[in-house]
Ligand binder design. Sequence first.
Ligand code: DX5
Ligand code: ZN
Length: 226
Amino acid sequence: MTSMPNGIRIAPSVLSIDLARLADQVARALDGGAEWLHVDVMDGRFVPNITFGANMIAALRKMTDKPIDAHLMVVEPEHYIEPFAAAGASVFTFHPEATVHVQRQLEAAKKRGMLAGLALNPGTPLTYAEEVIGDLDLLLIMTVNPGFGGQSYLPASTDKISRARSLLTAHRSQAFLEVDGGITTQTIGAAHQAGADTFVAGHAVFASGDPAREVRDLRRRCLVTV
Ligand code: DX5
Ligand code: ZN
């Protein structure tokens, strides 16, 4: 494997939480050692589903000091930079097809004190990231087509993760390499071995009945593939 500068982090996605139990479920995931919380923001336009906005970031910010990892599946993410920063988001990741001026939005997110991330759908080539690689704090490889939790990991993703890791290494980038979609104890090993260091998991963590145990199991599966 090529160099891995960042260690491992598990980022449970609140998308799969029963919202009636939000605070309790978040606390359990954090008890299990989750390093980040992932928030899937969907506008019903970039993806066929509507979820949360800055109000969810603000609610989570009251529950924890851990990094809040906002994943914007929205058109024109530029309109969300200011409100998300104000609400306490730590990472601001968007999709390159969603805005005309990708580099400008990366810079704007950083100016507001957030880490700037770019997310690539399964059919979106890595070259989108290569053009702005010096501006990236995080590269998110989607391992499902975004829109819904609980989908299956696309096997072709593993090769794309490897190529993304090689790209980051070639450019001496310290950016996080995150994967999102269908991450379970069955699939996390392959994604980790391919070079991912940051793992989003929604269904696996919150449909398990024991979020803390599931977070620990996910991490353990990574460690046995080192
Ligand atoms: C997919 C979202 C994911 C989703 C992952 O549209 O970006 O973050 O919550 O969910 P699971 O882990 O259930 O595939
Ligand atoms: Zn996501």
